[in-house]
Design a protein around this ligand. Structure first.
Ligand code: C2E
Ligand code: CA
Ligand code: CA
Ligand code: CA
Length: 279
């Protein structure tokens, strides 16, 4: 049992004990947050078409305002939740909340497609694709209007179940994006055999292209190769005009990052959309 093992650990390592205790508490409290209340909310980061600089959608990102600990970074709580039984409920919450928001926006004439992050664990559920299909129906959202982002490492787990889900999601018309590309060990040749539409180049590569010719050549070849294989290419973590211009010169299709917009609260995202349309 978790408490007993924490006690035995604490005898040897107080620091490890604290780490365990915090993770244990966060996991428990996340379960309570999922059960109701307003601790969890979604923010939206615009994705921009590089040639025209128009908004072509947004990525949905989860935020957690803990009642006593304050804002917890997704970098801290997502990995904990992803490896717990709450993974399934978290993704269901994010998809359901995002689709409800989309339905509202569509009724107001705003219709940005949304990209939603899913976890490796979701692809191991036996009814994941069917659940997503049901939620789309419930909110009357056309499947083409959403994209699911899956990290390269999650895809590389490569279970038959995961492949089956990817194929049924794609078969429904849902778009699929490979997230954090370049951080795993997959080859594009392998990924080409999966029903993916989009490759998102990880920000660690994008950030460096201002630094030198080698970094630029690396990203340029990632873009060219991905496009040759039929993927739409998105650069993540674009923080400056110089990087945006370089990427445009490399014929990268889309970009996302602080230079264009930070992840925005619902109202701020709506205002951003109206303003972008007026430009
Ligand atoms: P990700 O999917 O790679 O999301 C992009 C992250 O980069 C976000 O961090 C975003 O705020 C940040 N970012 C965007 N533009 C820039 C930029 O120009 N510069 C820098 N330095 N950062 C930028 P965030 O929101 O903290 O999320 C971190 C990670 O947590 C995400 O990485 C994703 O893996 C995970 N995550 C967030 N929301 C969800 C969710 O709803 N479900 C799941 N399964 N994972 C999520
Ligand atoms: Ca993502
Ligand atoms: Ca990413
Ligand atoms: Ca990431």
């Amino acid at each position: 049992d978790a408490r007993a093992s924490m006690q035995s650990v604490s005898v040897f390592s107080p620091a490890l004990h604290d780490g365990h205790r915090r993770r244990f508490q966060l996991l428990q409290d996340f379960g309570a947050a999922l059960a109701g209340g307003d601790q969890l909310r979604l923010v939206f980061q615009p994705r921009v078409d590089l040639p025209t600089r128009r908004c072509v959608g947004a990525e949905v990102l989860l935020r957690w305002q803990h009642p006593t600990l304050g804002n917890i970074s997704p970098a801290e709580f997502i990995p904990i939740v992803e490896h717990s039984p709450h993974a399934r409920t978290m993704t269901a919450f994010v998809i359901d909340t995002a689709l409800r928001q989309m339905a509202l926006w569509r009724s107001q004439g705003l219709a940005p497609p949304l990209s939603i992050n899913i976890s490796a664990a979701n692809l191991e559920e036996d009814d994941f694709a069917a659940q997503v299909g049901l939620m789309l129906m419930r909110h009357a959202i056309p499947p083409e209007q959403i994209e699911l982002e899956i990290t390269e490492s999650a895809i590389m787990r490569d279970t038959d179940q995961a492949l089956k889900h990817l194929n049924s999601l794609a078969g429904m018309g849902i778009r699929l994006a490979m997230d954090d590309f370049g951080t795993g060990y997959s080859s594009l040749a392998y990924l080409q055999r999966l029903p993916m539409n989009v490759v998102k180049i990880d920000q660690s590569f994008v950030r460096d292209i201002g630094e030198g010719a080698r970094e630029q050549r690396l990203v340029h070849s990632m873009i060219s190769l991905s496009k040759d294989l039929g993927f739409r290419v998105v650069a993540e973590g674009v923080e400056t005009a110089a990087v945006a211009d370089m990427l445009a010169g490399m014929e990268c299709d889309e970009a996302q990052g602080y230079f264009f917009a930070r992840p925005l609260e619902t109202a701020a995202f709506e205002a951003w959309l109206h303003q972008a349309r007026a430009d």
